[in-house]
Design a protein around this ligand. Structure first.
Ligand SMILES: [Zn+2]
Length: 168
């Protein structure tokens, strides 16, 4: 998807949501959607948008409120802060249809994975008072590279301690 296609798709979702909920159209929200589309990043944070926000003279509360509205309108997914991730991460809903993704909370590395059995469980499940459209499942943890670095750090720490303990 190009940034223009992404912006136009997001704008259509926003229009529908605004009509359904009798809200007002604001130029700021449209500008923010364009800014997010132009980031060309699969996952982005408030910080990624902050410079563009300042250039466009959009206030911090307006950006926060708009991001919340985009999540309610199912334009964005908001991935909550977890250990190692200092900011909420946002992701386009329509670019991550039915995805299973692993996210490293240390370096932010992300990868898709397939699991037919898991996908069927989510799709065929009976949801109370709810009709599912699509889903995204995020598995948080440590990637191989970060895990290796972590193990090296543990070994180094142990080696540092060893001479001292042998003296005692
Ligand atoms: Zn990592």
């Amino acid at each position: 998807m190009t940034s223009v296609e992404r912006y136009e798709h997001a704008l259509r979702l926003l229009d529908a949501y605004i009509r359904e909920n009798n809200l007002r159209h604001t130029l700021e929200r449209e500008n923010l959607l364009r800014m997010m589309a132009e980031l060309n990043k699969p996952v982005f944070t408030f910080k990624d948008l902050d410079k563009k926000r300042q250039e466009a003279h959009i206030s911090v509360p307006t950006l926060y409120n708009s991001l919340n509205l985009f999540v309610s309108a199912r334009i964005l997914y908001c991935m909550p802060r977890t250990q190692g991730v200092s900011q909420e991460q946002y992701k386009w809903t329509f670019e991550s249809k039915n995805t299973l993704r692993m996210i490293c909370t240390r370096c932010g590395r992300e990868a898709a994975f397939r699991d037919k059995a898991l996908e069927q469980i989510v799709q065929k499940r009976n949801y109370t008072n709810f009709v599912p459209a699509n889903y995204a499942l995020f598995v948080y943890g440590e990637c191989k590279v970060c895990r290796k670095l972590q193990m090296q750090r543990i070994v180094e720490e142990k080696n540092k301690l060893r001479p001292r303990s042998s003296i005692e």
